[in-house]
Write a protein that binds this ligand. Structure first.
Ligand SMILES: Cc1cc2nc3c(=O)[nH]c(=O)nc-3n(C[C@H](O)[C@H](O)[C@H](O)COP(=O)(O)OP(=O)(O)OC[C@H]3O[C@@H](n4cnc5c(N)ncnc54)[C@H](O)[C@@H]3O)c2cc1C
Length: 370
């Protein structure tokens, strides 16, 4: 195994969590690093947004893992131990967890926000940044350019709202086909949005319906136009490397939770793993496959079941959540049980075209397999 060539500069494309985690890890090992970011600052795409760093399915706490990556960073995190879940009937169920099932945090370049704090750590370690510069993925060492394939779409409003802190989700295909509506609140900052995996073209309608539902249910003030639109790209990678040896990390590499579309934690983890593979010379694919331990396959089966069963699956999930520790349930969902292992080759054999397949939108899950 040949480790990093200390006589040259390693180039990372993208200054989101994946690219910054890679750059920090490389710089700490004394490797010369340059990050090229097409926007004007780190995490610009999500500036001002509130998102959740998941604390499952890994047994290790996400905050401890983050502190190991960047102990100098002071990211403000709001631990979540209670989730309010609404099924299609509208009835609310509260699921709690002993340990946080996630941490809300701010995105973007601001103080205390994830991307800004990681940028400042990387900068202090000597990483060079070229903002406003689009990199060619074929010419860099680590590709961390974020979502590329559209599997789902999200629309959300965020801003200030006088509400108690909380994490609330609404599952109903009539308002969010194949996805969910959500309201996240931390310290007077709120996000109200919808993510759908079907009927993308009508996302404005799903956003409007979701907003109306939350306004009615929680007597919220009216909401202006959406603040952020985004793609949700889900697929199961078979490799994280290209023929040249370029390493794909974060969402561009398919490292995003195939069930809910959460990608921050996997972005941080795979950014670090790719850097470690550069430093040690160990094969990147071997590292992520060993560490992520079949969770992609498990998430794919979850999504297949979720999308094909629909409302009864949502009801089952909610009733399980009502009786379980929410963090443990999240972890359990990613465990590769025997029944899931049996389904994996079947689903992979059926899928794989990359564009939805002959069954149209009802078979959107086919796009998850690569
Ligand atoms: C509306 C919405 C809400 C979400 N909420 C959550 C959540 O609550 N929790 C969660 O875990 N995940 C959430 N996600 C997903 C999460 O945002 C992503 O998975 C995560 O940001 C992926 O990190 P990344 O570093 O791979 O990519 P990104 O954060 O997308 O960063 C990629 C960076 O690369 C830059 N770039 C792109 N192309 C080039 C190029 N050619 N050259 C140079 N730079 C380039 C981009 O400008 C960007 O700064 C959400 C996504 C959306 C759309």
């Amino acid at each position: 195994m040949r480790g990093a060539d200390m006589g040259r500069t390693y180039i990372v494309a993208g200054a989101g969590p994946a690219g910054l985690a890679a750059a920090i890890t490389l710089a700490r090992a004394g490797v010369d690093v340059e990050v090229r970011e097409r926007s004007v600052s780190a995490g610009a795409r999500y500036d001002g947004n509130l998102q959740m760093l998941t604390n499952y399915p890994d047994s290790r706490d996400a905050r401890d893992e983050f502190d190991e990556l960047a102990p100098e960073a002071s990211v403000r995190m709001w631990p979540q131990t209670s989730a309010t879940l609404h099924g299609p009937s509208g009835k609310a169920v509260v699921s709690r967890s002993r340990e946080p099932f996630g941490y809300l945090l701010g995105r973007g370049s601001g103080e205390g926000c994830l991307d800004g704090e990681l940028f400042r750590v990387a900068d202090s370690l000597g990483v060079r940044f070229r903002f406003g510069e689009r990199a060619d993925p074929d010419e860099v060492d680590i590709i961390a350019t974020g979502g590329r394939d559209v599997y789902g779409v999200a629309r959300e409003w965020f801003g200030e709202m006088d509400l108690p802190d909380g994490f609330t989700v609404h599952f109903d295909n009539r308002d969010a086909p194949g996805g969910y509506g959500y309201l996240l609140v931390a310290d007077g900052r709120a996000v109200l949005g919808v993510a759908v995996t079907r009927k993308h073209q009508q996302v404005e309608e799903w956003f409007r319906r979701t907003v109306q539902w939350f306004i009615r249910r929680y007597e919220l003030p009216s909401i202006e136009a959406p603040s952020l639109s985004g793609r949700v790209s889900l697929f199961v990678p078979s490799t994280g490397m290209d023929a040249r040896g370029g390493r794909y990390v974060g969402e561009v590499g398919g490292f995003c939770d195939g069930f809910f579309g959460f990608g921050i934690r996997l972005a941080l983890q795979t950014g670090r793993m790719a850097a470690e593979s550069v430093i040690s010379g160990e094969d990147y694919d071997a590292i992520w496959k060993r560490n992520l331990d079949g969770r992609h396959d498990s998430a794919m089966i979850n999504r297949v079941l979720y999308e094909s069963i629909g409302h009864p699956a949502y009801r089952l999930f909610i009733s399980l959540a009502a009786r379980s520790d929410f963090r443990r349930l999240g972890t359990l969902l990613y465990r590769p049980f025997l029944a899931k292992r049996v389904l994996v080759p079947v689903v992979k054999a059926l899928g794989g075209t990359g564009d939805g397949g002959p069954h149209g939108e009802r078979c959107a899950w086919r796009r998850i397999v690569r």
